[in-house]
Design a protein around this ligand. Structure first.
Ligand code: ADP
Ligand code: C5P
Ligand code: MG
Length: 226
């Protein structure tokens, strides 16, 4: 096993040090990150609040790897995996896929990325997701970006999204809103109690939302110097 090195970094105002990833040699072939030592930011918010859109901006400006749980699940369906039909049915109903499946996909993507800074978008979606992820990976997020937006605006955006998604129809959208309120918001409240939530007004235009996001990622000393 390798060692963990504490190194000063300037990624976010929430934290000034981050543990460098331990690299271990597995099966003589793959280098695998010790996931407990990576830098993770969670993006939460209702469906259509703009998480994916802002992740693209954050990746470009701050060098994170974007991991969308929904995108990983959709790719798993396309790959013809044995779980494909189950995942497809869950997504059509707006239900949350069992954590075991989603966590495996996230872990694999993290290990294959070669990066140690991640945006985890759309996960954890419920208490089971959160508890299982922490138990398996030992990862504690640095902070949680919460995209706050009205259902009316989110519905309008989703119906205009035009990505051919089977769940972007009024019937499934309503189910997803219900799941978000009942299952996902309690996870945001959990992180709120830990002082980790950074709330963003996501109803504004894309550029203005990104200004607010940037402010969260920019270290305080740089903000003062600007
Ligand atoms: P999420 O990943 O949270 O479901 P997306 O990033 O896919 O949301 O955004 C949903 C739709 O709304 C997309 O078509 C996107 O182009 C659009 N969109 C994203 N952010 C905004 C915004 N701030 N204002 C208007 N439309 C937006
Ligand atoms: O985040 P996104 O809108 O892409 O998620 C689409 C769907 O993927 C969700 O409505 C849900 O059915 C599934 N999903 C899940 N578990 C997650 C994230 C997404 O089951 N953690
Ligand atoms: Mg998305």
């Amino acid at each position: 096993m390798g060692t963990v090195v504490e190194t000063p970094v300037k990624e976010a105002d929430a934290t000034v040090t981050v543990k460098k990833p331990t690299v271990v040699f597995v099966l003589g072939k793959h280098f695998v990150l010790a996931l407990s030592s990576v830098f993770v930011v969670i993006l939460s918010g209702g469906p259509g609040s703009g998480k994916g859109t802002q992740c693209a901006n954050i990746v470009e400006h701050f060098g994170y790897t974007h991991l969308s749980a929904g995108d990983l699940l959709r790719a798993e369906i396309k790959s013809g995996s044995e779980n494909g039909t189950m995942i497809q049915n869950m997504i059509k109903e707006g239900k949350i896929v069992p954590s075991e499946v989603t966590i495996k996909l996230l872990q694999k993507a993290m290990e294959e990325s070669g990066n140690d800074k991640f945006l985890i978008d759309g996960f954890p979606r419920n208490e089971e997701n959160r508890a299982a992820f922490e138990a398996v990976t030992k990862i504690e997020p640095e902070f949680v970006l919460f995209f706050d937006c009205s259902e009316e605006e989110m519905e309008r955006r989703i119906l205009n999204r035009n990505q051919g998604r089977e769940d972007d129809n009024v019937e499934t959208i309503r189910k997803r809103f219900k799941v978000f309120l009942e299952s996902s918001l309690p996870v945001v409240q959990y992180y709120e109690a830990k002082g980790k939530v950074r709330k963003i007004d996501a109803a504004k235009p894309v550029a203005e939302v990104f200004d607010a996001v940037k402010a969260v990622f920019t270290p305080k000393d740089e903000k003062a110097a600007a």
